[in-house]
Design a binder for this molecule. Structure first.
Ligand SMILES: Nc1ncnc2c1ncn2[C@@H]1O[C@H](COP(=O)(O)OP(=O)(O)OP(=O)(O)O)[C@@H](O)[C@H]1O
Ligand SMILES: [Mg+2]
Length: 135
């Protein structure tokens, strides 16, 4: 969660962030930190979108007067290009908002925009290796 908060300022301007790693590796916890770090919601307000598929967070930015939206999607239950397309993620990619996607490796390549991929590797019960790649 702390790492997500520290990473958030580097993710501006709005971009697509793919979160990959095994079940329970910490994708949702990392997303909580990123969303909080972007100022779109508090960690407690960010919950797993594994059933609802896409959550939207955002509040008015007092400094700019604009709303900084963050979308948080989970593709765990999604199979195949057609189901991915039914989520309308392309519209979100064009929206100028930050889009976080758990199980992002399921997105059909190539992506229509630049993105950051974060991989969480489980090294032990309470240890993770976090790999951040800018594409
Ligand atoms: N404050 C905390 N301290 C330590 N571990 C925690 C804390 N909060 C949650 N966890 C644990 O961290 C793990 C990561 O959970 P998280 O839901 O982020 O994983 P995930 O990668 O999103 O999983 P999924 O693939 O099911 O969406 C879980 O096992 C959870 O029990
Ligand atoms: Mg999750």
């Amino acid at each position: 969660m702390a790492f997500g908060r520290s990473l958030a300022p580097m993710l501006r301007p709005a971009c697509v962030v793919l979160l990959d790693g095994d079940l329970g590796s910490g994708k949702t916890i990392l997303a909580k930190g990123i969303v909080a770090g972007l100022g779109a919601a508090t960690e407690d307000e960010v919950t797993s979108p594994s059933f609802t598929l896409v959550h939207e967070y955002g509040r008015l930015d007092a400094a700019t007067g604009r709303s900084a939206k963050v979308y948080h999607a989970d593709l765990y239950r999604i199979d195949g290009r057609r189901e991915v397309e039914s989520l309308g993620l392309d519209e979100l990619f064009d929206s100028g908002s930050t889009v976080l996607i758990e199980w992002g490796a399921k997105l059909p390549e190539p992506l229509p925009c630049s993105f950051v991929r974060i991989r969480l590797e489980v090294e032990g019960e309470s240890e993770r290796r976090i790999i951040v790649e800018k594409h």
